[in-house]
Design a protein around this ligand. Structure first.
Ligand code: DGY
Length: 319
C-alpha cells in the first residue's frame, strides 16, 4: 500500500477510488493548504494529487523524498508544476486534458457573448436600481454573425471554442504551434495565420494557449494596439498571458471594445483598474467549474496515480 497526499478538496469519488487501494491523506479544505503544512504532509508520500493553487517545485519534491513516484495535477494547465524538476527526480507528472474541454469552451463562449452583448453591464444596471427602459440605442452591443474569431492556441479547447463560434456564424482564424488536423480545419473552415495577422483581422480574440515563459505577456501593449478598436479579447487560459495593466489602459482608452476574463495575472487579485471599467466582464476562474467536469478531472487524476503506482503508463502523462 502506498501513501497518497491530496493537497486540496476534490470530489469524494476520486478519494474513494484512491482509498480502495492506498492510504490517502486528503486535505479537507475549504481553505487552501498552507505551504508549510503542505511540505510537512508530503514527506514520505508516494503520490501527490495537486490542485493548480499549489506550487510543485524542487523544494516540495525534496520535502516529499526519493520514494515519490507521481504528481497528478487536477487541471489541464500545469504551470504550477516544475516539470523538469519532476523528470530529473524520476517523478512522473500528469494532468487532466480532454475532460474539461467543453466546460472551458462554454465559458469562453459565455464570455464572448457577455462582452459583445454587454450582459454584465445590463445586469449591474438592473441590480443598481437605476431607472431604465427599452430604447433603440440602449446598451447596443455587437453581433457575432459574419465576424471573425481569432483563436490563439488551437488545441482541444481552442477547437471546441471555434466549433461554438462556427455555430454562431463566425469565421475562424487560428494561431498555433502546429497545423491542426486537416479534417477539423475543413469542418471549421479555419485558416492558420501568424499572431500579427490574427490580431489585425479578428473581431474577437480568444486565448487558449498554455502559459509558460514563451507566452508570458503574449498580449501586451503592442498586440492590443494591433487589434481592431472594435474587437474583444477573451482569456480563459492563464492570466499572465495578458499584460493586465496594458489591457486596462487599452480598455479605458477605447483602443479595444471590450474583454472577458476568467483568469487573472495575479490571481486571485484583479488589477484595480479593471474593476472600474464597464467594458470588461470578470469571472473567477470558472472554466472547468461544473460538477460533472470537476468529478471527471479528479477521477482522471486518480487514474493517473493508480496507473503509476501499479507500474503502468498513466492515461495523461505531461509531455
Ligand atoms: C485547468 O484545468 O487548467 C483549468 O484552469 C482549471 O479550471
Amino acid at each position: 500500500m502506498s501513501r497518497v497526499v491530496v493537497t486540496g478538496r476534490v470530489p469524494d469519488a476520486a478519494v474513494e477510488k484512491l482509498r480502495a487501494a492506498h492510504e490517502v491523506d486528503a486535505w479537507p479544505g475549504p481553505e487552501s493548504i498552507g505551504r508549510e503544512e503542505l511540505l510537512r504532509r508530503v514527506a514520505g508520500a508516494d503520490a501527490v494529487v495537486s490542485l493548480l493553487t499549489e506550487r510543485i517545485d524542487a523544494e516540495l519534491l525534496d520535502a516529499a523524498g526519493p520514494q515519490l513516484k507521481v504528481v497528478a495535477n487536477v487541471a489541464v494547465g500545469y504551470d504550477n508544476i516544475d516539470v523538469p524538476a519532476c523528470t530529473g527526480r524520476g517523478v512522473v507528472a500528469t494532468n487532466t486534458p480532454g475532460v474539461l474541454t467543453d466546460a472551458t469552451a462554454d465559458i469562453a463562449f459565455g464570455l464572448i457573448l457577455m462582452a459583445t452583448r454587454r450582459l454584465g453591464e445590463g445586469e449591474r444596471l438592473i441590480r443598481s436600481g437605476q431607472a431604465w427602459k427599452w430604447g433603440m440605442f440602449f446598451l447596443l452591443g455587437s453581433s457575432l454573425q459574419g465576424k471573425t474569431l481569432g483563436v490563439v492556441g488551437m488545441g482541444g479547447i481552442g477547437q471546441a471554442t471555434a466549433r461554438r463560434a462556427k455555430a454562431f456564424g463566425m469565421e475562424i482564424v487560428y494561431q498555433s504551434r502546429s497545423e491542426i488536423d486537416p479534417g477539423i480545419a475543413a469542418e471549421l473552415g479555419a485558416r492558420r495565420v501568424d499572431l500579427d495577422e490574427l490580431l489585425s483581422v479578428s473581431d474577437v480574440v480568444s486565448l487558449h494557449c498554455p502559459y509558460g515563459p514563451a507566452t508570458h505577456h503574449l498580449i501586451g501593449p503592442e498586440q492590443l494596439t494591433a487589434m481592431k478598436s472594435s474587437a474583444y479579447l477573451v482569456n480563459t487560459a492563464r492570466g499572465p498571458i495578458v499584460d493586465e495593466a496594458a489591457l486596462a489602459s487599452a480598455l479605458r482608452e477605447g483602443r479595444i471594445a471590450g474583454a472577458g476574463l476568467d483568469v487573472f495575472e495575479h490571481e486571485p487579485q484583479v488589477h484595480p483598474e479593471l474593476l472600474e471599467l464597464d467594458n470588461v466582464v470578470l469571472v473567477p476562474h470558472l472554466g472547468s467549474a461544473t460538477v460533472e467536469t470537476r468529478t471527471a478531472m479528479a477521477m482522471l487524476a486518480a487514474d493517473n496515480v493508480l496507473a503509476v503506482l501499479s507500474g503502468e503508463r498513466p492515461p495523461a502523462p505531461i509531455g
